[in-house]
Design a protein around this ligand. Structure first.
Ligand code: PEP
Ligand code: MG
Length: 594
């Protein structure tokens, strides 16, 4: 039999890791629902009601389970779906049509769902698109139930498996995460979708947004899923299989090695301490942060609290979440960033109007200063929670001096209100800002005089300096972390911070790159904050270098004219001067290039 040729498909890297295995297809063919005429409409309506009831109860049970395991923000997804299933107006309309048209319930339900999802499909609003997926998910469950089919389950899955679907439901990821060696590939879904968040938080490798790939795949097909690069290889050649087997071996060796550094400090050979902290998106990541050996949380992206619900989280809800994180972290520092809404992260409820350039638009502190009603609730919840731990507050996207001054005025107002309300809070909570807009870096000496720390957000600093949309695949070669302009902006930030004796950290993805970490250490950055998966790796990097040598490497790099020149030089010098890092660099290099 002629062997099929290899096909490589590119999607969105949503959760890191590699799976070499076979496909389990979950694609549910709604196309197979035909317009069946029924004789007994009363019987059809009874069956429909029972199916609705069953779907609703199952969703509520899932919501409960997820509440226990991942917290309320994910449970809300399922609660919202249970509400869709229970929609009285919708369901009575379906029943009315069954009676009038004498057509089977599943056909009518699908038809009704199609009308709504058609409108939502082309929406620019990520919240509305998520709702469309919710409706599709409920419809698919209901039709399965009506047809008496069992939804594809994960029972009996053996060995390395890549679960494929047009769209996978966050609940399915939860079920998947119980098994080892499973990954996920879907046609739709973006880097900030619920599924991506869930996959990362549960360490399930995932590639989303593959287009129409699942149509080509059926259960049993051989594939390789590369969640680092966002690649799905169908019918991998023996050479690809060999390459990825090697990568997996490296990956597990590396994990074993790095795990041993958990309790060791991140200190260079010449005894300079560099704090390694963790970034989180979800409160449920806190135990993993502690287990990783991170010395604290360097960035909690609170805007994710919004992304699963139609409403802003209440004061009580925020207070409960912030205090719980602080309590669990004990004395360790916890930097909570105020809402960075806007750009590609916007809940429907907050969107003001369509923007042509949302990343250059109504985002982060700009939204908060325009909406002090929302901002003050968050600040007061943070202040009230401060008594439970070691809190710092961080403001994103500061681009001028007045924004900072105005933020501080609002913060003082919040404190005064709490004092009047006799609510206790810590008086000296450090306030810091993110340096992620070049204009802020260029006035960093003035900003430094008003804050207790800086954190450089390289993800945005690069996009705003290079004028390259950070999410645009077409421009990825222009998104240059090692461009001389970026290194110089970081150098200026460090100088401005240290002249005022305040700390400066880096919490963008550049910090998770070993060569990036060598450069950042050499530039004098005090702390690095990365996803918990990278904490061990960074400890290894810091413990393998000496600060003086890293500083000399940086000095020379700062005189170079292009990113390519800098990368070649830094890589060569790092391998030569810090031989312990050679394997790590080889592993990471393959994950970021070629
Ligand atoms: C950054 O911009 O580097 C950063 C850490 O913030 P975010 O990725 O949330 O924009
Ligand atoms: Mg940012």
């Amino acid at each position: 039999m002629a062997s099929k040729s290899e096909e490589i498909h590119y999607g969105i890297p949503a959760s890191p890791g590699v799976i070499i295995g076979v496909v389990k297809s979950l694609s549910f063919e709604t196309k197979t629902v035909s317009r069946e005429i029924i004789a007994d409409t009363d019987e059809e309506i009874r069956t429909f009601r029972a199916a609705i009831d069953n779907v609703k109860r199952t969703l509520e049970k899932t919501a409960d389970k997820i509440f226990q395991r991942l917290g309320p923000e994910f449970a809300r997804i399922f609660e919202a779906q249970a509400m869709i299933a229970d929609d009285q107006v919708w369901n009575s309309n379906v029943e009315k049509r069954i009676k009038e048209e004498k057509v089977c319930a599943e056909y009518i339900y699908l038809d009704e769902a199609g009308k709504v999802t058609k409108q939502l499909r082309n929406s620019n609003d990520s919240y509305l698109r998520e709702r469309m997926l919710d409706i599709e998910s409920v419809t698919s469950k209901l039709i399965s139930r009506m047809k008496g089919e069992k939804r594809a389950t994960f029972k009996g899955l053996k060995g390395a498996t890549v679960v494929t679907a047009h769209y996978i439901h966050p609940g399915d990821i939860l079920a998947l995460s119980i098994k080892r060696n499973l990954g996920v590939a879907t046609d739709i879904g973006g880097a900030t979708s619920h599924v991506a968040l869930m996959a990362k938080s549960l360490s399930v490798p995932a590639v989303l947004g593959l287009g129409d790939v699942t149509e080509k795949l059926s259960t049993g097909a051989r594939v390789i899923l590369d969640g680092y690069k966002g690649i799905l290889i169908i019918n991998p050649s023996p050479a690809s299989r060999r390459r990825y087997r090697e990568i997996k071996q490296w990956e597990s060796q590396l994990k074993r090695q790095l795990g041993q550094l958990r309790l060791k400090p991140a200190v260079t050979k010449d005894k300079i301490n560099i704090g390694i902290l963790a970034n989180i998106e979800l409160p449920s990541e806190v135990p993993k942060v502690i287990a990783s050996g991170a010395s604290g949380i360097g960035l909690y992206r609170t805007e994710y609290l919004f992304l699963t619900g139609p409403e802003f989280p209440s004061f009580e809800e925020q207070y409960r979440i912030y205090s719980s994180i602080l309590r669990k972290m004990g004395d360790r520092p916890v930097v909570i960033r105020t809402f960075d809404l806007g750009g590609d992260k916007f809940p429907g409820v907050a969107r003001r109007k369509f923007e042509l350039n949302p990343f250059l638009g109504w985002r982060a502190i700009r939204v908060c200063l325009d909406r002090p009603d929302i901002f003050k609730i968050q600040l007061k919840a943070l202040l009230k929670a401060s008594k439970y731990g070691n809190l710092s507050i961080m403001i994103p996207m500061i681009s001028n001096y007045e924004e900072l001054a105005q933020t501080q005025r609002i913060l003082e107002e919040c404190k005064a209100e709490l004092r009047r309300e006799k609510v206790r809070f810590k008086e000296n909570i450090p306030l810091g800002i993110m340096l992620e807009v070049p204009s802020a870096v260029l006035i960093a000496e003035f900003l430094a005089s008003r804050v207790e720390f800086f954190s450089i957000g390289t993800n945005d600093l690069i996009q705003y300096t290079m004028a390259v949309d950070r999410g645009n695949e077409l421009l990825s070669n222009l998104y240059q972390s090692f461009h001389p302009s970026i290194l110089n902006l970081i150098k200026m930030s460090v100088q401005a911070a240290h002249a005022r004796d305040i700390k400066v950290s880096v919490c963008g993805e550049m910090a998770a790159d070993p060569l990036g970490a060598v450069l950042l250490a050499g530039l004098g950055v005090d702390e690095l904050s990365v996803s918990f998966q990278y904490v061990g790796l960074l400890k290894k990097v810091i413990r393998s270098i000496d600060f003086d040598t890293a500083r000399n490497i940086v000095r020379k790099a700062l005189r170079m004219k292009s990113e390519q020149e800098i990368i070649t030089y830094v890589e060569k010098e790092t391998k030569k001067r810090f031989p312990d890092l050679e394997n790590i660099i080889a592993f990471m290099k393959r994950n970021s290039n070629g």
